[in-house]
Design a protein around this ligand. Sequence first.
Ligand SMILES: [Fe+2]
Length: 215
Amino acid sequence: MQDKIHLESKERDILINEIKRMKLETENKKTNFAWTGDTKGHEFLFSNNLFSSLSAKISNSIIQYLKILEINTDKLDIYYQRSWATFTENKQSINFHTHSQSNLSFAYYLSKPENSGGIIFRSNELQNEVAKNIFTSSKLDKSLINKPNQYNSDRSMFDLEQDSIIIFPSKTPHATMPNSSNKPRISISGDVTIMLKDSKGFEHLMPNFKNWTKF
Ligand SMILES: [Fe+2]
C-alpha cells in the first residue's frame, strides 16, 4: 500500500541531521551498499524522541493498510519491533532480502531526490506461470515472451516521491535500485509485529507475549 505523510521542512531537517550524525558515528568508508541503521546499532530509531511525531503518523498509515485487508485491528496489539534509517549515496543499492522475523514492513522516503532509485518487489510464487521458468528474462531474449507486463513478470518497481510511504508484508523479497543521483536517498524503515489481544480459539496468529512463559 502507498500513502503520503507530510512533514514540515524544519522537522525533516532535524531528522536528516540526526541520521547523518548516526551514520558518521558508525561508518568509515563508502561501499556499493547503502548504510542501513539496523545493522549498525541503530535499530530502535522510534525510541528516539525526535522521531515520535513521525512514528505516530506511520502508525496511522499501517492501521489503514490493515483495514484495507479487512483485518479487525480491535483484536490486535501492534508493535514496532525495530525501526531504522537507510542512507543511499550515488551508485549504492540494497540487494534482495526479506524481513522474515516480522509481519509488516515499510519504507518512508524522508529524502527522495529525482533518480535516486525505487524499490523492487519480487514474487517467488508466480500465479500465472503456465510452465516452470517461462517468465524468466532469458525467455524474453529468445522472443518466447513478446514483452513483460504485470501478468507475466516476477517483479515490479515503485519509484515513489518524497514523503511517500510503502507498506508491505515482511516476507516479500525486496531490493532497491541503485541511486543514480548525486544526492542521497534517505528512508525510514521498520518492522511491525501483530499479535492477538486474546488468542482463545485462534490457531495462526501470534498469541500475546504477555501470556508467554520465560525459561
Ligand atoms: Fe528491507
